[in-house]
Design a protein around this ligand. Sequence first.
Ligand SMILES: Cc1ncc(COP(=O)(O)O)c(C=O)c1O
Length: 494
Amino acid sequence: MASVGFIGAVAVAPTALPSSRSAFVSATRPVVGVAAPPAVGAARATMMTPPPPGGAAASPASLKTDTVEGVALTASEPQNIADTVYDATVPDARGRYGRFGGQYVPETLMFALEELEAGYAAAIADPAFHEEVNGLLKDFVGRPTPLYFAERLTQHYARADGSGPRIWFKREDLNHTGAHKINNSVMQAVLAKRLGKTRIIAETGAGQHGVATATVCARFGMECEVYMGAQDMERQALNVFRMRLLGARVIPVTAGAGTLSNALSEAIRDWVTRPVETHYIVGSVAGPHPYPYIVRQAHAVIGAETRGQAVAKFGGAPDILIACVGGGSNAIGLFHEFKGDADVRLIGVEAAGKGLDSGEHAATMSRGSLGVLHGSMSYQLQDEWGQLQETHSVSAGLDYPSVGPEHSFMKDTGRCEYVSVTDDEALDAFKLCSRLEGIIPALETAHALAHLDKLCPEVEGNPNIVINLSGRGDKDVNTVVKLFHERGDTDVMG
Ligand SMILES: Cc1ncc(COP(=O)(O)O)c(C=O)c1O
């Protein structure tokens, strides 16, 4: 069972929002119970009010002052999702995306978050920062990545008369280290250098963020420690070796299921103890503000490039964007540019694991409820007492019981649709993409590809669909060999 406290989940009624900056900050104090890290001896957090079933909209009766461990949190924000309107300018000054986000952290980390927020604001006002980051993205990472026409997949989904959706890949798999993650690691490493930090920590699930972070640390000569769940170390052994080769120390996390969520918890515990010299490169649009914001900004290059490339290749904006969602960084990176284009349909694909009703999945948007995890309010997979549910996905990068707060906001406001895909559907798409396009996708990415099976027969006309090809599948070959063997896929097993 997962741990609780600031690092663990706390289910709250949708009204439990502090009403002002000072209340907001005070809500981060350990006594509140949503904020105390086990590392500093905090008590177990207790949920006082069960979440509404399925995390749905609060009924008017529940819109009242709520209490978490005896501390009143008074709502003064949009209290009912029906009142929540989409606003593309999020987050607000307090790091809120509607009712989501915030900084549910212990007092000891507030200084580090404030330092980061101020340091980032100063950096983006400095042309030298942009010059350094853009130079690295171009010559070290290999940007811009192509927008590639997936001709044979398009033919595969064509109607009998040859018409149908046109499928494009945004080739983040062609980045140095093989995934989108390095956009963020490069930007944060440059930022950490400006902040005078000498030590970098990170968490990783699929290992792509760990490899990207180890890579930039090698490039800058910085000490690097990566927390990784023990189960993930086994299924992503290749990436563990890559990180070690790059000079990083990989620290196994055996707590809980030994997956991404547990690794994130351990990384935060580490950061609490040594915030002065350490910069924590969070690997997705999760965690306390300003992480969901700065990680989004680092990946926004994906959508910005896509807009120009789409105009050049097919004369306008794409009609539909699809991306897989673990914490949500590759999806936000692609979507951010187009959030204000009301006619661009956004689709996030989560992991349905063995099926939504199996209890073994990571479909936070489909089955989550409101709560606090890893310093941020968002949807979580938790029981009625706020205990995290163990998740399952064939893909380590989607095996996470929460999601970035901006995604929760886009779900509530209807700006983005969230769907889910099972392990088996993802494995079929993994094979299909390899065979039709000569591109072996990451298992995470295969979830986004698998949704084409449902979407393509439903769409009308010839929409241009852009899929974020978030990473390449080399890291997954060991996992997939075993699974294809179990499934009896003789066509690939020989
Ligand atoms: C290739 C790839 N795609 C997607 C993800 C999911 O992360 P996010 O939702 O933050 O993009 C991961 C995570 O490790 C990944 O390695």
